[in-house]
Design a protein around this ligand. Structure first.
Ligand code: NAD
Length: 340
């Protein structure tokens, strides 16, 4: 069978990473009918919106998308396409694994974290306004429904994947109402899993220090949107950086697989960016589609290429280009023996 999947290459380094991921996916033997859709600044000029309705229609129809990063203007301009897409499709769970991979240098060993970030509300709700010329307000929205939903997702993930503990991350000592409600919701849901999955909570600033000092103590983290965004970059830094950090945006109607990193414009079009994060996001997509063997094949191939050490991208200390790295992974997926 062939899977109809929406492909959003994105901009910046996105298109070359998308090519790399497709090279690896075609070596799995799983068949896809790719429906290419573009979003971002170029679409704003062409269609008057950076997120044309055809993009959302395509994802709604196919229910699965593979997506590269899309640039968001800083401090001005259009609202993030990435955030809008997650909200429009109600992709409420942003799941970002951070595992140590042998051959990828890091200060840490044995990191094995799953970040579960609430993806639809908090300060990303986009409710902000100027108060006169010299002040501005952004409104942080936290609801019981969204908080309980993400907490349940984290606990169900823990049960389904043989994990032992969920840690809720918050700043409820200061934001007693909003983060207080998030924590209360996590505690309510934790009670349903008592005896099966351990539960604890940490204040976000302490969490950051703990992750830097002893990341091996943590397992699944569940966080509101903003802390989830920040802590997932921190977690990526523990295992080799943004170039190797995959992600999944999961909802009830659709799922969009994309790396943690952004469009890294300074590397665009130079064949130097690391495609591992998008390749591993594609492996998460294969798993979501029920193609477990293909997913494991891709993940194993990535590990083998890093362990071999001869075709390593620049951000990880090697000199391999985007295309060469993808070709090496694709060869391993296809079972081509290593020649020395
Ligand atoms: P970034 O993730 O693009 O880059 C941060 C650092 O990591 C840079 O030094 C960059 O060169 C490096 N890096 C990132 N990905 C890499 C890769 N695959 N290989 C090698 N090095 C890599 O973050 P930023 O600079 O804060 O943001 C750039 C743009 O991306 C902004 O417009 C931002 O809004 C956007 N962004 C998009 C998404 C998304 O599409 N989901 C996520 C984050 C940021």
């Amino acid at each position: 069978m062939s899977y109809a999947v929406t492909l959003i290459p994105g901009d910046g380094i996105g298109p070359e990473l998308a090519d790399a991921a497709l090279t690896v996916l075609s070596a799995t033997g799983v068949e896809f009918e790719w429906e290419r859709q573009d979003a971002g600044e170029a679409q704003l000029e062409r269609h008057g919106t950076p997120l044309p309705p055809a993009v959302l229609d395509s994802i709604r129809r196919n229910r699965v998308a593979l997506k590269g990063p899309i640039t968001t203007p800083v401090g001005e301009g259009f609202r993030s396409v990435n955030v809008t897409l997650r909200q429009e499709l109600d992709l409420y769970a942003n799941v970002r694994p951070a595992h140590t991979i042998r051959g990828i240098p890091s200060r840490y060993e044995d990191v094995d974290l799953i970040i579960v970030r609430e993806n639809t509300e908090d300060l990303y709700a986009g409710v902000e306004h100027r108060v006169g010329p010299d002040a501005a307000e952004s409104i942080k929205i936290i609801t019981r429904a969204a908080s309980e939903r993400i907490a349940r997702y984290a606990f169900d993930y823990a049960v389904a994947n043989g994990r032992r503990k969920v840690t809720a991350v918050h700043k409820a000592n200061i934001m007693k109402l909003s983060d207080g409600l998030f924590l209360e919701s996590c505690r309510t849901i934790a009670a349903d899993y008592e005896g099966r999955i351990e539960f604890e909570d940490r204040i976000v600033d302490n969490m950051c220090m703990q992750l830097v000092q002893k990341p091996e103590l943590y397992d699944v983290l569940v966080l509101p949107n903003l802390y989830g965004d920040i802590v997932s970059d921190l977690a990526a830094g523990l295992v080799g950086g943004l170039g190797v950090a995959p992600g999944a945006n999961i909802g009830t109607e659709a799922a969009v697989f994309e790396p943690v990193h952004g469009s890294a414009p300074k590397y665009a079009g130079q064949d130097v960016a690391n495609p591992t994060a998008l390749i591993l996001s594609a492996a998460l997509m294969l798993r979501h589609l029920g193609e477990q063997a293909a997913a494991e094949g891709v993940e194993r191939a990535v590990r083998e290429v890093y362990a071999d050490g001869r075709t390593v991208p620049r951000d990880i200390g090697g000199s391999a280009g985007t295309r060469d790295f993808a070709a090496a992974v694709a060869d391993r997926v296809a079972g081509v023996p290593v020649s020395r």
